[in-house]
Design a protein around this ligand. Structure first.
Ligand SMILES: Cc1cc2nc3c(=O)[nH]c(=O)nc-3n(C[C@H](O)[C@H](O)[C@H](O)COP(=O)(O)O)c2cc1C
Length: 325
């Protein structure tokens, strides 16, 4: 069962949409920029893909500082969608990834359906891009700032526009947990043409400094990430997989170890993204890959794909996996 270096021989291959990838572990958008910073710490080509920071049509400087706050088992950020815009991204970041043979899942964000469609059109045929992730946790400037991901109609409109602008590229909708019924949003995105779902983005949170008696973040609220949100994320993956078992899910939220990743796989994710963990351990995605392989081997799985959604099976199943190593 083990190869040289005592690594388990598990088939870890999976797909992004219909695109095959050798590892189910990806980075998470916004936690590794466009991958460059991680290069000294791991082999980026061995990852499923690098998910790039959400890119907008135009450069943006992000939110005012302070924009990071520590929380129990997590962190709160209000970076905002800081970045150089699509022109610079296409001129530097994406070619850099392509030149090194790194698969890129490109994350896009916008303030209107037209902006998303234009971004998708600009990326059509871009070298190195294996999939698109559509960050819909953005305010719709044409609808009183209502977040796209919180309304099935608005989410569907974005996905339909992006999918028709990028035929042949797997398109994942990135969902927000800050909704009453995440399955209804997931279903709307899939019916609009999404090939997969990225689950979940951060939860909206607030930390107040009891010395200054004011919110810690200049923007007041921020996105909560890290282990504190893991049970919420696993629940979302579970509910969506139960309702839409054929839809590929990229799961994320507080994955620090291979066992954390295994929870997402057992709940129904076909791949996972590692975000906040990278700030403390830049090699975390590679480590999580190996720990996940070992955890699967220990439970008697020969292939990652056999474990996808396994926790949904009836407990009386005769196919119980026992610890084998
Ligand atoms: C500092 C920071 C920046 C982020 N930026 C983005 C972003 O640009 N686009 C996006 O879709 N998600 C963004 N996220 C959310 C992550 O991609 C991920 O969905 C979330 O943090 C949960 O995973 P984690 O707990 O492993 O970090 C960001 C998260 C953090 C912590």
């Amino acid at each position: 069962m083990t190869a040289a270096g005592n690594r388990p021989m598990i088939d870890m291959s999976t797909q992004l949409g219909r695109t095959p990838i050798p590892s189910p572990v990806l980075t998470a958008s916004g936690c590794a920029a466009a991958g460059r910073e991680l290069e000294p710490f791991l082999d980026l080509t061995a990852l499923g893909a690098v998910v790039t920071k959400s890119v907008l049509l135009r450069p943006r400087s992000g939110r005012p500082t302070p924009r990071m706050a520590e929380t129990p088992s997590g962190m709160l950020n209000s970076i905002g969608l800081q970045g150089p815009g699509i022109d610079a991204f296409l001129a530097t970041d994406l070619p850099w990834l392509a030149s090194r043979g790194v698969r890129a899942m490109v994350s896009i964000a916008g303030g209107s359906v037209e902006e998303y469609a234009e971004l998708a059109a600009r990326l059509r045929g871009a070298r190195g891009m294996v999939a698109l992730e559509v960050n819909i946790s953005c305010p719709n400037v044409e609808s009183r700032g209502e977040v796209f991901a919180c309304d099935p109609g608005a989410a569907a409109a974005v996905l339909a526009a992006v999918c028709s602008a990028t035929p042949g590229v797997p398109v994942y909708a990135k969902l927000s947990p800050d909704v009453t019924d995440i399955v209804s949003i997931a279903r709307a995105c899939v019916e609009a043409g999404a090939d997969g779902l990225s689950v979940i983005n951060t939860l909206l949170g607030l930390v107040i400094d009891t010395d200054t008696l004011r919110p810690v973040l200049a923007a007041e609220t921020g996105g909560l990430s890290g282990p504190a949100i893991r049970p919420v994320a696993v629940r979302c993956v579970w509910q969506i997989h139960k309702a839409l078992p054929e839809t590929p899910i990229l799961g994320m939220g507080g994955i620090m170890t291979g066992h954390d990743a295994l929870q997402f796989i057992l709940a129904g994710a076909r791949a996972v993204s590692v975000g906040t963990a990278v700030f403390g351990d830049p090699s975390a995605p590679e480590r999580v890959h190996h720990e996940l392989a070992r955890a699967l081997a220990n439970k008697g799985f020969a292939r990652l794909s056999d474990a996808v959604g396994y926790a949904h099976r009836a407990a009386s199943s005769t196919d119980v996996h026992q610890v084998t190593a």
